[in-house]
Design a protein around this ligand. Structure first.
Ligand code: ADP
Length: 349
């Protein structure tokens, strides 16, 4: 803050504090005129209005200062013997302490409510900034990609790189936009009954390209062959595909990937297991943080470290969960749990 701005800021604060302390003095003078007709409740209420007004308008520091001053005035002017801080009757102590406690507690509550409102406002602001920047970036990226495509057709090798980088940025911008949408609760979700087998089938189809030659085993629950759950098919497919692509990326190419679906109490649980290097214990929660990559993991051409954070946010937005666990015998298992639906057993004749 510049010197003149901080002076102006200080000046306005002194003015606000001065006004509220002046109001407290005026209320005290008014109450003093009426002292013979007033009891403790009238005085406590009049002072509380000033303390709470000051606290709500200017924050905890002013609220607590007004509470302390009002406590002193209450005791000095309205609790016998007048003109001293001494108190004759023990019951008057109770009134004074109750007044002080009420002022302090309500001032603190105001402060907390103010912080929560500020935090919610700044989260909303951050989401809308991300959303608008992402939107604005999309148009020039599309133009860059189109121009690079034309140049590549003319035989310029560097244009291919530009095109690939434009693609990478477009994916990142899309992911950022989605991440902010999911967190602000504006991602449209169609949560309905779906069958596990359909989801696994669609996921396998989508990863065919990336899987090139990898063995992917699918294990279905032998006890409950008909598995249904409640989830948004498209977004859950996206989560599962992301997990399978990660398993492909982070495990040796001669090891298989195991997909499974099974009933797990109230959940329908999907597992994606690999025989890769796993995730170190200290990193197991952090891999779900946006942009987090464990040390030594090189940034590759496809991801920006948003995949798992989007996957978990998408799962949680639909009342599901996504967890990591080390796999027995080495590797990783990611488990996605969605609410299961009971399907009546087919009638036997
Ligand atoms: P990205 O793959 O773009 O880095 P993700 O959010 O998908 O971003 O993953 C974050 C990090 O979690 C990865 O960089 C990787 O270190 C780790 N990770 C994800 N899946 C696996 C896996 N199957 N095995 C080992 N590490 C993994």
């Amino acid at each position: 803050m510049s010197w003149s701005r901080s002076r102006r800021f200080l000046g306005s604060r002194v003015l606000v504090w001065g006004s509220w302390i002046g109001l407290l003095a005026a209320v005290t003078a008014g109450l003093l005129q009426l002292r013979p007709h007033l009891n403790d409740a009238h005085i406590a209420l009049a002072y509380l209005v000033v303390v709470l007004g000051g606290g709500a308008r200017s924050g905890r520091a002013l609220g607590l200062t007004l509470a302390g001053l009002a406590f002193g005035c209450f005791d000095w002017f309205f609790v016998p013997p007048y003109g001293t801080l001494a108190v004759d009757k023990p019951v008057d102590w109770i009134v004074l302490v109750a007044f002080l406690a009420t002022s302090v507690i309500v001032t603190q509550l105001f402060e907390r409510a103010r912080h929560e409102a500020d935090a919610a406002r700044s989260a909303r602001m951050r989401d809308s900034i991300v959303a608008s920047i992402s939107h604005d970036l999309r148009t020039p990226l599309t133009t860059i990609k189109a121009l690079a495509h034309d140049l590549a057709a003319g035989g310029d090798d560097r244009a291919e790189m530009i095109e690939a980088e434009a693609d990478r940025l477009t994916t990142l911008v899309g992911d950022l936009l989605d991440y902010s949408r999911i967190n602000s609760g504006t991602m449209p979700l169609a949560i309905e009954a779906n069958e596990a087998e359909d989801l696994l089938g669609a996921a396998l189809q989508q990863v065919t390209g990336a899987a090139s030659g990898r063995t992917i085993n699918v294990g279905l629950d032998p006890i409950h062959p008909l598995l249904f759950g409640r989830f948004d098919f498209t977004q859950t497919l996206r989560v599962l595909v992301n997990l399978i692509e990660n398993a492909i990326k982070y495990s040796p190419s001669d090891t298989p990937i195991d997909l499974s679906a099974k009933r797990d109490g109230p959940w329908l649980s999907f597992g994606v297991a690999d025989r890769g290097y796993g995730v170190a214990e200290a990193e197991r929660e952090r891999i779900f943080d946006p942009f987090y990559r464990p040390e030594g993991v090189a940034a590759d051409a496809t991801g920006a470290g948003l995949g798992l954070s989007i996957a978990r946010a998408l799962a949680e937005a639909q009342g599901c969960s996504l967890e990591y666990a080390p796999r027995d015998g080495g590797g990783s298992v990611f488990t996605l749990r969605v609410p299961a639906i009971d399907v009546p057993a087919p009638a036997t004749t």
